[in-house]
Design a protein around this ligand. Structure first.
Ligand code: C2E
Ligand code: MG
Ligand code: MG
Ligand code: MG
Length: 288
């Protein structure tokens, strides 16, 4: 017993562990400064209909313009704030910024919906749908259907009842949902039936190797089959080549996003990209 307690005590005062907590604390403090000093940026990645080449929307992806380390991708800082209230602060900033961008674009004749990634912590925070309603009310010039929320299957799994209620409340406001990284969570197929979603996003990890790996191809085929059965529109992530686009189209997946179409870009670069993007005719020549 004493020995056991001795071991626990040793563990609690583990200097490496203390150091780790200290580093995490400092990283979080630095992120708070980033939010305060306006160092975060949203980049936008186009989503297209592969039948026509029509651009149907964009996904907002956060970056950190760090004064010393340059432009950091989310993988460099999201883990630091995982499951903390900073995820809610970030999420509120992203939503507000996306709404302002929608407002700006609509003044300039660009009518593209923005998909925003919502973390599980943020979706499940109490009052999420009320705050979303307030956000929409602050931007009366932006129709709610121009904002789409991407949630992970795992967000719903966490607390399925709360997630379903929140999602239904948001949908009553006119805001649609996409399920992100579909296929990477558990019991995906059950969710397809249950979740109030308007778009299924097939995870890029399956898309990447679908042309060379039979198992990944089987997963992509099954997801497309099931999504079609439940009449959910679907989009393939990580479409890097024309061969991927053609194969997905042949399987019945019509929407796509990926480096083969465009990399995420700052808002200022989008008008130029839109004017360079192939016309309907160019696109059908490519894919048929
Ligand atoms: P996600 O939502 O699944 O976003 C797709 C990721 O795949 C993005 O990475 C995008 O740049 C990348 N991607 C797009 N096309 C291709 C492709 O053809 N090939 C490859 N290899 N990758 C491609 P990014 O921007 O680094 O974001 C990573 C993840 O971070 C996102 O995955 C999302 O889960 C999270 N994230 C990004 N922005 C936000 C945000 O504003 N809020 C929250 N909560 N999470 C975010
Ligand atoms: Mg996403
Ligand atoms: Mg995804
Ligand atoms: Mg992902």
């Amino acid at each position: 017993r004493a020995k056991q307690r001795g071991r626990d005590t040793f563990h609690i005062f583990d200097p490496d562990h203390d150091r780790l907590l200290q580093v995490r604390h400092e990283q979080r403090q630095r992120f708070i400064v980033a939010l305060k000093n306006d160092e975060l940026r949203l980049h936008y990645q186009p989503q297209v209909d592969m039948r026509s080449g029509e651009v149907v929307g964009v996904e907002a992806l956060v970056r950190w313009q760090h004064p010393e380390h340059g432009l950091l991708p989310p993988a460099e800082f999201l883990p630091v704030i995982d499951a903390t209230s900073l995820e809610v602060d970030l999420g509120e900033w992203v939503l507000e910024t996306a709404m302002r961008q929608l407002s700006l674009w609509s003044q300039n004749g660009i009518k593209l919906p923005i998909n925003v990634n919502i973390s599980p912590t943020h979706l499940l925070v109490s009052g999420f749908s009320q705050r979303l309603a307030a956000l929409l009310a602050r931007h009366p010039d932006v129709p709610p259907r121009m904002l789409k929320l991407e949630v992970l299957e795992s967000a719903a799994m966490h607390d399925i009842q709360s997630a379903l209620e929140t999602m239904a409340a948001c949908q009553r406001l006119g805001v649609n949902f996409a399920i992100d990284d579909f296929g990477t969570g558990f019991s995906s197929l059950t969710h397809l039936r249950q979740l109030p979603v308007n778009l299924i996003k097939i995870d890029k990890s399956f898309v990447r190797d679908m042309l060379s790996d039979q198992d990944d191809m089987a997963i992509v085929e099954s997801v497309i089959y099931m999504a079609n059965r439940f009449k959910h529109p679907m989009l393939a992530e990580g479409v890097e080549t024309l061969a991927h686009a053609k194969a997905l189209l042949a399987l019945g997946c019509e929407l796509a996003q990926g480096y083969g179409i465009a990399k995420p870009m700052p808002a200022e670069a989008l008008p130029m990209w839109l004017s360079d993007w192939p016309t309907r005719e160019d696109w059908s020549a490519l894919t048929h």
